[in-house]
Design a protein around this ligand. Structure first.
Ligand SMILES: C[S@@+](CC[C@H](N)C(=O)[O-])C[C@H]1O[C@@H](n2cnc3c(N)ncnc32)[C@H](O)[C@@H]1O
Length: 235
């Protein structure tokens, strides 16, 4: 059996070879173990806010004899890390707003030489919107089916430039720019999103305090429909 599932594997594949990676919210530390075993980085700093997950992580790391390569730290977000300790950061399996909050609390990640690999479990639109508004470029994004669910994994780098983006970009990011098999998976993610956007659009119709979202969706839905149709013709 592979050590990690396809969701974690997709994130690992977005990493380049480097000296040191930080995994925030490491839980079981399976991603850090994979990173070291595959030679992606010699050292991983694995952080978690809770002691329970770190105990599980410690056992797993010892099982693979990697205590010298993987350092565990009890810390909230990136607060347990110093600048220059790593140049790639993974934050996976948390809500999009939590991930955005962790990034926002850490000014030193706003540097072009720091790559962020992010996998939101929810509110991915808020995470993309945060990244775009704060000058991060979404370099790539991949959807992945893993353990009966579909996820998206985002790679982002700070450029400091705030680009204008299409009304639906925050809902699907760069997913529709893919090709071949990856585009087929990405389309599943985009269609799932479109369905929930349409449901939300109907639900909030006439609700005064959701007027802004209603207007946003009234532009994003037809634009996304068009892009999905265009992408389907490329399969
Ligand atoms: C659902 S698990 C995800 C584990 C692993 N990253 C994965 O994707 O399989 C979320 C983990 O993040 C940790 N966590 C939640 N908020 C955190 C924060 N602000 N800083 C660090 N860890 C956090 C939790 O304790 C938990 O172990």
């Amino acid at each position: 059996m592979p050590l990690i599932n396809k969701r974690l594997l997709t994130a690992a594949e977005m990493l380049r070879q480097s000296e040191s990676v930080a995994d925030i919210g490491t839980d079981h530390a399976l991603l850090p173990i994979h990173i070291v075993k595959k030679g992606i980085a010699k050292r991983v700093i694995a952080c978690d806010i809770a002691t329970g997950p770190l105990e599980v992580a410690k056992k797993n790391i010892e099982k693979y004899n990697l205590s010298e390569n993987i350092e565990l730290r009890l810390a909230d977000g990136l607060k347990g890390l110093r600048e220059k300790e790593c140049d790639q950061i993974t934050i996976l399996g948390m809500g999009g707003e939590t991930i955005a909050g962790i990034i926002e609390d850490t000014p030193w990640v706003k540097k072009p030489d720091v790559s962020l690999i992010l996998q939101p479990m929810s509110c991915d639109d808020r995470l993309r919107s945060y990244l775009c508004e704060k000058g991060f470029n979404i370099v790539t994004e991949k959807a992945v089916f893993s353990q009966g669910r579909i996820y998206t994994v985002i790679k982002a780098v700070y450029t400091g430039q705030i680009h204008s983006f299409s009304p639906h970009f925050i809902y699907v990011g760069r997913l529709l720019e893919a090709d071949g098999e990856q585009l087929v998976t990405n389309l599943s993610y985009a269609e799932k999103h479109l369905k929930s956007m349409k449901k939300c659009f109907i639900d909030i119709q006439g609700v005064d305090r959701r007027k802004d979202l209603y207007e946003k969706l009234s532009k994003a839905i037809p634009a996304l429909e068009k892009d999905i149709e265009r992408a389907k013709r490329r399969i």
